[in-house]
Design a protein around this ligand. Structure first.
Ligand code: BGC
Length: 794
């Protein structure tokens, strides 16, 4: 866990003022910069020491065999692993005879700051070499949101106490040596030297390299240029080798003089383009970066983020740590999706190799709903990516003996990469999750062109899958047997309620969309009978209910199973998946992550308020939260059933998952779904935002310490600000034509003329539900994780 004083608490920055070498792996993920296309871990400029070097390009992966002790029909034969591509952020420094290496000599000052408004990572160091030469290094690094292929770095060095001769080596390095992999299934595989050189060139301050992967056949180009400002006798030399391009800049510096390098690095890749084409692509991007210049790129970055924050910022009064965490979370969610452009949004974004760089249902259920209301364009792109892999999903369905499309549980390129089918292929709910994201996007944006072109087909092919996966039984109930729901501690169960409710939604959405676009539906060969079949399946969907306990079982037989021995499980035995066999987890009542509780959030229209409260109280003592995807959902439902302090505690867990490394694995990359979940806990939890069937409702209520929350969203082309205090909510339509919403069930009409105020009714709640012993969330407010509150930054 990362404890004080790792980061200071500020409104718009995450700042580290001391260097803790043991935290480097974690801070590299936290300080990662990305635009969804390029991802740079927050590695030190000089390359060493490192926790894990990391430079990623969305969808650049290598294929590797998936060996099985015992194979089986339909098992995926090969896996896909994100690779560490050419590292363009390396700038090494020699001070007289000593390499600048923070493991040697003394550090007088160290600061790194992730600036959430400027969209840059700043670093300042004052260091004295073992021979007593003191220097200051200031560096600013950016991955451009506006120029998708561009990384820019400003690097300055100046002597402090005596003249020095410095050599700055600005490099492109391919096939870096990587640390070995640990024995945790959540960690990505390490591939040695995955890139083969096609070309390397350098001339003066600029260089280019092109490599390709061996099996996946992708070609990757990287180019750099270095603008040098130094004293007149500065000398520049350059050299290139298959895996290194180096520009060395030597300058004698007197006290008061400095050497500055602005390094532009551009990336491009293709599975189809030729070597000259990829070469030219990165060289062209470099020309564009040079012509915009460093100041221009900074200004563009700021403008892009100003626009983003104007439509998505959350203001929180009364809890500055949550304020910081909420903005940090939104920033990383934006980074993951901003310029992914028809490519997947992986579970770790592009911040680390965890889960092999794969995208899961995390995207559609946790990330896209946030982006739908804050950056809708990114959602259309992410769903276009799903659409682009539809043929592969159809082939997979055929292989499984099913109709329609069976999307992969985890993938980069589109093929199923899960070698563990009970918690992989059997998690068919991903198909309904994609359909859900489509309907949320369309009903929140009104983008009918997208619906017709992309959405309809996704809805139709997923509905077809469900129709063939389930069946009408002798009593005319539509059953979906033998599938795995979100909770991975149960598998191959009959009638998982989450799955059935989401499939029901999928059927209805497909049937309705077919009516709206009959011509397009015709081209997909949907006839009246097929749509009627979907409606019937939705109508007759079997939702089990345990009359005896008066709760909804997670699946048909779940509540009949023995309850896991929670009291006998020691703290070090969590996560259970690393300490117990799956067969034992599967046959007991123990829940890894919100499942039925998530169904009550996404399909809240299918439960009464009383059922929600009863179900929530039943599942709390069984849920161990071994997945970072759980706390945010529990926060939302806790708030809905009036357990505001519990919701606040779960918000804490979702929001600090990465900043405090709660699961001890942030070194493999940040948890994008949990970060998105921090927003969801605030907006859907305390704001009570729900959007069912295209209508927007709120039910604001605040927990103890927080005195005010204000959030912004985009909905049907309008920009809306919702502000709540303990007693009153204020709805302010900032842009767009009048809009009807609900406040605690009452309809109100909003217009730009005047904000609307409404009182917040008192919260009613039963007793606080309990959690498994030792798995209670940390009480928010009882313990402040940071004790120091430095000056706020503007
Ligand atoms: C969770 C899955 C999730 C995956 C990637 C697993 O631990 O159980 O629901 O999709 O992590 O985040």
């Amino acid at each position: 866990m990362i404890e004080h004083p790792a980061f200071t608490v500020e409104e718009w920055s995450v700042r580290e003022t001391e260097l803790h070498l043991d935290l480097l792996p974690q801070t590299e993920s936290i300080f990662a910069l990305s635009n969804g296309h390029i991802g740079l871990r927050g590695n030190l400029d000089e390359g060493e020491p490192f926790g894990l070097p990391g430079t990623y390009l969305n969808s650049v992966y290598e294929q590797r065999p998936l060996p099985y002790a015992e194979g089986g029909y339909g098992y995926p034969e090969s896996g896909q692993t994100v690779i560490n591509v050419t590292n363009g952020k390396i700038i090494r420094l020699l001070v007289d005879d000593e390499p600048f290496d923070i493991r040697y000599g003394d550090i007088q000052e160290h600061e790194r700051e992730l600036d959430l408004r400027a969209g840059v990572l700043r670093r300042k160091v004052q260091w004295t070499s073992p021979t007593g030469r003191a220097i200051k290094v200031s560096c600013v690094r950016m991955v451009s949101f506006t120029q998708r292929s561009v990384v820019a770095i400003s690097y300055e060095v100046e002597p402090v106490n005596a003249a020095v001769r410095v050599v700055v080596q600005s490099e492109l390095v391919t096939n870096e040596a990587m640390p070995e992999k640990a024995g945790d299934p959540r960690v990505g595989a390490v591939l040695k030297s995955p890139l083969i050189c096609d070309e390397h060139k350098v001339e003066g301050t600029h260089g280019v390299m092109v490599h390709h992967t061996n099996v996946s056949g992708l070609r990757i180009g990287t180019a750099m240029d270095n603008l040098v400002e130094g004293p007149p006798d500065t000398v520049i030399e350059s050299e290139s080798y298959p895996d290194i391009v180096r520009v060395s800049i030597t300058a004698p510096l007197k006290v008061g003089e400095r050497l500055r390098i602005v390094k532009f690095v551009t990336y491009g890749w293709s599975g189809q383009r030729s070597l000259p084409a990829v070469h030219d692509q990165v060289v062209a991007a470099l020309s564009a970066a040079r012509s915009t210049g460093w100041d221009g790129l900074l200004a563009e970055q700021r403008a892009y983020l100003d626009d983003f924050w104007a439509r998505s910022d959350i203001e929180i009064e009364g809890d500055p740590e949550i304020q910081q965490a909420a903005r940090f979370a939104l920033f990383h969610v934006l980074q993951a999706g901003a310029r992914a452009e028809r490519r997947p949004i992986p579970a770790k974004g592009l911040t680390g190799p965890g889960y092999d760089g794969h995208a899961f249902w995390d995207t559609e259920i946790f990330v896209l709903p946030v982006l739908t209301l804050t950056s809708p364009n990114t959602v259309a792109d992410a769903l276009r990516w799903r659409h682009s892999i539809l043929d592969l999903a159809k082939q997979r369905a055929r292989q499984l003996g099913l109709n329609g499309a069976a999307f992969p549980w985890r993938t980069i390129h589109g093929e199923e990469c899960s070698g563990y089918w009970p918690a992989g292929t059997a998690a068919f709910h991903i198909n309904a999750d994609i359909a859900y994201a489509v309907t949320q996007y369309v009903s929140s944006t009104g983008d009918t062109a997208f619906e017709e072109e992309i959405g309809l087909e996704l809805l139709v092919e997923t509905a077809r899958l469900w129709r063939s996966l389930g069946y009408l039984d002798a009593t005319d109930w539509f059953r979906i047997d033998g599938v795995t729901g979100p909770d991975e501690y149960s598998a191959i169960a009959d009638n998982n309620v989450y799955t059935n409710l989401m499939a029901q939604h999928n059927f209805r959405a497909a049937a309705e969309a077919v009516q709206r676009y009959p011509d397009k539906a015709h081209t997909l060969h949907v006839d009246v009978e097929e749509a009627a079949n979907w409606r019937e399946a939705a109508e007759r969907m079997f939702i089990p209910y345990d009359e005896h306990l008066a709760v909804t079982p997670q699946d048909e037989t779940f509540t009949e199973h023995e309850v896991w021995n929670m009291a006998g499980t020691r703290p070090e035995q969590y996560p259970l998946l690393l300490h117990f066999p799956y067969f034992d987890l599967y046959r007991k009542q123990v829940i890894k992550q919100a499942d039925l509780v998530l169904a009550m959030q996404l399909r809240g229209d299918a439960f009464t308020p009383e059922q929600k409260a009863r179900n929530f109280a039943y599942y709390e003592p069984l849920t161990v939260r071994d997945s970072s995807l759980s706390a945010n959902t529990q926060a939302v439902l806790a708030a809905e059933v009036g357990q505001l302090q519990l919701a606040y505690d779960y918000l804490d867990e979702a929001a600090f998952m990465d900043l405090h490394d709660l699961e001890h694995n942030v070194q493999d990359g940040v948890h994008i779904a949990s970060l998105a979940g921090a927003w969801t806990a605030l907006v859907a939890g305390f704001g009570g935002l729900r959007s069912y069937n295209g209508s927007l409702s709120f039910a604001p209520q605040l927990p103890g310490d927080i005195t005010r929350i204000a959030f912004h969203i985009m909905f049907l082309g309008r920009r809306l600000r919702v502000e709540m205090t303990a007693t009153e909510a204020t709805y302010h339509l900032l842009e767009g034509s009048p809009l009807q919403v609900r406040h605690h069930g009452d309809e109100i009409t909003l217009s730009v003329d005047e904000p609307v105020n409404r009182p917040i009714p008192p919260t009613k709640a039963g007793p606080r539900p309990t959690q498994p012993p030792g798995r209670e969330p940390m009480q928010r407010g009882a313990r402040t994780r940071y004790t120091e509150t430095p000056d706020k930054q503007n």
